[in-house]
Design a protein. Structure first.
Length: 63
């Protein structure tokens, strides 16, 4: 989708950019977005799991 928007630029000047894009989201666009979000979710879950399993390297101070 980002490629569609970038490729739709039809006017550039010092004060603005005009696009020839009407904002349609196709099934393929939705699938690509979902795959990217799913990949990020998998990374977050993996990082969360490894953080939960690590024992802290801090010795408690008893007063």
């Amino acid at each position: 989708m980002k490629k569609k928007i970038k490729s739709s630029v039809y006017h550039l000047d010092d004060l603005g950019i005009k696009f020839d894009y009407f904002g349609e989201v196709t099934l393929q666009d939705s699938e690509e977005i979902l795959e990217k979000i799913s990949a990020i979710d998998r990374q977050v879950v993996k990082a969360s799991m490894s953080t939960q399993n690590e024992e802290p390297n801090v010795t408690p101070i008893i007063c």
